[in-house]
Design a protein around this ligand. Sequence first.
Ligand code: UD1
Ligand code: CA
Length: 452
Amino acid sequence: MLDILVLAAGKGTRMRSDLPKVLHPVGGKALVQHVADTARAVGGEQILIIVGHGAEKVQEKMAAPDVKFVLQAEQLGTGHAVQQALPQLRNDATVLILYGDVPLTRAETLQKLIAGVNDKQMGLLTVDLPDPTGYGRIVRDEKNAVVAIVEHKDADDEQKKIREINTGIMAVKAAHLQKWLPQLKNNNAQGEYYLTDIIAMAKADNIAIHVEQPNAVEEVEGINNRQQQAALERFYQKQKANELMVAGVTLLDPSRIDVRGNLSAGRDVVIDVNCVFEGDVVLGDGVIIEPNCVIINSKIGNNTRIKAYSHIEEAVMAADCDIGPYARLRPGTDLADEVKIGNFVETKKAVIAKGSKVNHLSYVGDAKVGSKVNVGAGTITCNYDGVNKFKTEIGDNAFIGSNSALIAPVKIGAGATVGAGSVITRDVEDAELAVGRGKQRNIQGWERPKKH
Ligand code: UD1
Ligand code: CA
């Protein structure tokens, strides 16, 4: 039985932000959301988030069936924070204590910590730092057993030399917390109720301290300012890039990709530099993404190529499509196999069948386009009258001449042709030619104006 406490009441003054610190993102996801997801991954049945500063915003963002919020109106220390949650803890639960501003702890590390908890033992996550300044020091006895944590501000010169520090992350039986926390005192340098004082209480009660350490120090690093946020963002992106390469993706430069969500890729996918992936993106086998593309919540079929500088959001492409450079696929774009979308083309709610081409400078919105259609340069589906939106339908094998305006609602039949420069206001039947433009007049003997 596992209860998880997430301390998230602090102010985060050094972020200099209107947003509560724990709602700032790493990898496109709020810090405290990372922590809650990890809590679920380790099997936390009840997640108790201690809120204080910005409580309303945190509650709004983090509301979920397995989450409860506990208000710590005044921040009187980490021990005080945990005290607020005591009434919510289940008596025979193991309690894991996490921090809303420490986002990247691995579930595996926490599993090992929890595995060391029983009626005779509690778990403590520590790390050795080259510069331990500011942190609580781990004090061990001659048998190397942990006997206390001393905060930096309370430490003597000898204790200040200790490089093993408290990460703050602990796992302990609820019954032990129920016994120890009411005994905390605030007679220390900061006048706070220190959670760390329970270590000495454990020692006094013959409860052993089982110590675990993380694989990487970034797993236990908290975020207090924008520099630390940026540093963890880079660490996170490095991990993501590494996972992709392990899965068989070629990254031309693993330090120049950003994944803010879930990116899954098939075999032999190549991603060139400076691409950003947001939300859920799925790439099929053999997909090539050229430099400087932004791809959001989209699915890209096998062997499709996304050329440089394309922006793709909530779009689906089947196999062998050729997109960009400089294409903008907006939500509701759904392309069948072998569709070609060229430079400076914008699509929105556009369903385009196999083998059709929209090669240059067009807007295709609220449209259903058949197969093997050629949409000439500069074609616009005029889908909006300023109030309502209307649909354009184009049949198989139709040919739309360049610079045509298709005034929706309108249907162009299969095999129909639209002359270049037409303004089409009426439906065109199958195989017809429609020309809707002013007739050309050539005037002989015309003279240019002369300067007075
Ligand atoms: C704490 C530990 C220290 C450890 C360090 C690791 C204590 C007494 N000290 O020190 O041993 O090395 O973390 O970073 O626990 N919080 C609340 N309510 C409060 C106080 C804090 O929610 O009343 C939250 C803060 O928002 C923060 C976290 O708890 O996320 C840690 O609090 P902070 O005051 O930063 O503790 P440190 O002094 O850094
Ligand atoms: Ca801190």
